[in-house]
Design a binder for this molecule. Sequence first.
Ligand code: F3S
Length: 641
Amino acid sequence: MGLSLAYKVLKDHLIEGELKQGQEICIKVDQTLTQDSTGTMVYLQLEAMGVEGVKTDLSVAYIDHNTLQQGFENADDHEFIKTVAAKYGIVYSKPGNGICHQLQLENFGKPGSTLLGSDSHTPTGGGLGMISIGAGGLDVAVAMATGKYFMKVPKVINVKLSGKLSPWVSAKDIILHVLRELSVKGGVGKIVEYTGEGVKSLSVTDRATITNMGAELGATTSIFPSDSNTLEYLKLQGREGDWKEISADADATYDEVLEIDLSTLEPLVAQPHSPDNVRPVKEIINLKVDQISIGSCTNSSYSDLMKVARILKGKKVHPDVSLSIAPGSSAILKTLAENGALADMIAAGARILECACGPCIGMGQAPKTDAISLRTFNRNFFGRSGTESAQVYLVSPEVAAASALKGYLEDPRILDVELDIQMPEKFERNDSLFVYPPADRKSVEVVMGPNIKPFPVNKALGEKLEGKVVLKVEDNITTDHIMPSNASLLPYRSNIPHLANFSFSTVDKEFPQRCKDNGGGFIVGGDNYGQGSSREHAALAPLYLGIKAVITKSFARIHKANLINSGIIPLEFADASDYEKIGFMDDVEIGDLLSALPTGKVMLNDKTSGMSIELKFEGSERDIEILRRGGYLNYAKSNLI
Ligand code: F3S
């Protein structure tokens, strides 16, 4: 039986286990990436493992999230990461160089290889034919220390593309359509693999936009074949030697198939506050717009920004609109500056931001109160923009630029502009913003400023857990709810004691103090708990506050792994309707844990109501061992290194 491309790449990297759906396997990790917001914690953990250097072919530490330096905190974190990178043999990308995923794609990604990143949009690399997975920080630290990553073999969904996009319809509209079809939960436990004739009409950066936002499906990753378009892209980057052709076997079988005729798609928009709340742009074109932000790891490629420049050229941004543009990399910015496109954007009234995540992570550009903000980004969760009353809509660069001129959400198909973008001969790699590790790493001293505080480590698991339900929340709780990442908190990503005071602050401000008053306790949640980013702070802050277990109807993949890695037990209701039976501040108890976890069936005794509720634990033997030892760091030190 033929193999999907996803399974072929996994098979090439298999270290342990059998490539059978649902089985745990260990794969060789070729490359890792971190960004600064999760990176400080990753490198503290790497240091705690006591290894001499990384075991991957390539590891890169990017600074792209917390780039504002208003106080010493971010600067301290950057210096720590720079010195750790030099000590352990990691390439360091300076602030201003660009967004991790765009830079990895341009400079390092290789078809058929594996990449593990401490950022949920690491699947961007799938546009180059990589198995490129976002993971929690500890998983990435272990991958650097050992070259290994443990995962359950996912199912594979085949998205079969036929036809060709109509003018003014773009890759963003393809992934918004997939989100409309499959929802933000549709990819959980699955890899999304794109095949079909329609693939040929998409460039690598189009494909990367699609695999990037596959994260919003909850998918493990997404992947495209590597073909002649991939070779063209790598040639442009001066890396044709990294190319190889790879695709699924002709007789590959898949668990699900979604067919899309690209010629039937039209410009789409994801409405607040979820990326799958998708409608055609033409249905809401009377929406008055206050702010437009173009950029992010989803839509900041050269061709995205050239299209924007072409639309803006010789025109003026509407007086009521604030338009900001952040190129994905310094190489793109340099090329736009050299070919005049940057001047066209500035002349039209755009604000040019540095090459970084910027507004996508709430680093500046918070919209005004009650604003309508159009963004080419990948997430529009409540509060993520930094303004809780703002309404964020996700759109393609073409829709964003057309709307910037009109002042209202606009269907770009009305524009009379020629959009045939010619690629330059070659991109000049901007090596001046990369720092490569020195030959003599032994003498490097790691610098840790006062903003960097020790991270919490759990204790070995006992037989019984007891405490109060200190928080009960609804469905689709995001990591932004659990650990908000606004501009005032981002500088404290290496300071868990400070951050913990803001855990769930947009949901229940009393939560941290309640935990402190009750010695921690339990959280009860609904479906898809922990969706969103890979940040392990959403597990470490609750760990610091004494949370012992989180009980939900279902979990998002990376957050569940982060809970296990922190030694917090993720449990699900055997019968989802039992969610109603546990009350806020109920006294609960779980006994016989060590013997119950391997059976997958765990009984919870609600002492307040007197009811007994069946829960399930879904995890591997290794997960149980990690929980037994009080987290992955304790486990890795004694089992893997
Ligand atoms: Fe950065 Fe936003 Fe992507 S924070 S990595 S641009 S999702």
